[in-house]
Design a protein around this ligand. Sequence first.
Ligand SMILES: NC(=O)c1ccc[n+]([C@@H]2O[C@H](COP(=O)([O-])OP(=O)(O)OC[C@H]3O[C@@H](n4cnc5c(N)ncnc54)[C@H](O)[C@@H]3O)[C@@H](O)[C@H]2O)c1
Length: 308
Amino acid sequence: MRKKITVIGAGHVGEVTAFTIAQRELGDVVLLDIIEDMPIGKGLDIREGGPVGKYDSTITGTNSYKDTAASDIVVITAGIPRKPGMSRDELVGTNFGIVKTVTEQVVKYSPNALLLVVSNPLDAMAYTVYKVSGFPKNRVFGMAGILDTTRFRTFISMEIDVSVESIQALVLGGHGDTMVPVARYTTVAGIPVSHFMSEDKLNAIIDRTRQGGGEIVKYLKTGSAYYAPSLAVMEMVESIVRDKKKILPCAAYLEGEYGIKDLFFGVPVKLGAGGVEEIIEIDLTTEEKQMIKKSEAAVRVVIDLLKF
Ligand SMILES: NC(=O)c1ccc[n+]([C@@H]2O[C@H](COP(=O)([O-])OP(=O)(O)OC[C@H]3O[C@@H](n4cnc5c(N)ncnc54)[C@H](O)[C@@H]3O)[C@@H](O)[C@H]2O)c1
């Protein structure tokens, strides 16, 4: 039996996520949106690519939560993206209402699902899903760190002309401008990245990574990034469905790890069939700890706006 994976929100991120999940045959996909009929059209379009794309996954577009019943994984992408000049945090008012309503419906029909949150502001929306669902903390998590890390890896690859696959990196913290790319844990085939470039170059890349989402928003003018985000979601779904237990930077609920309590925050986790199976705590320097504190404070400001 293939897994049942529901994607809520059939906008840019939702449709590309559904497409990549289908392409890799990670499961059968249900694609839901509030816009009448639109997800049915997108679902049919993706399904009709199967014979040439060589995938047998089914994709069902729908406006009804009944079709999502008994999902194994639900990816929540519903909500509005930011506009040029906006921060992710400014979306909180609108997206809180959307994500709360969506979660209530999702848990009614799929009480045993793992919930993967994508809507922004990411850490606050993951917190919303956790509180509204009442699910245990291993079954609710957010996608952000893989995206921030894949941007960091891409910029390093562009600078030193080395395969992206040779670059391992880690970005911690909230999904915003205070994110913490940890240069010390960034390597090229195991060799510290500092061997390949000057500190100034690396700092410029770290700055570009922090602003990576905004850079794309500026060029797109309407909407935000969706190819790299959708692939990042796919990597998480794959690690769960195939129980690969990859160590991936994800937004997870912390209860004292990294000195942080009652907050979703980007940390390395072991992601497998059980969802967040372990949170990995790594040693940080005093300077890195200070950056983490700054990032924690930024996430808390947004969480404090939520009505719980
Ligand atoms: N975590 C990340 O790293 C990351 C990356 C990219 C985008 N995002 C966020 O993901 C969200 C989606 O981005 P997008 O580019 O796909 O936006 P989009 O506008 O293209 O799509 C959003 C979709 O959500 C739907 N929607 C709105 N309310 C809904 C509801 N109540 N129920 C079901 N569907 C509903 C809309 O109709 C729309 O089709 C945004 O909040 C964006 O900021 C997060």
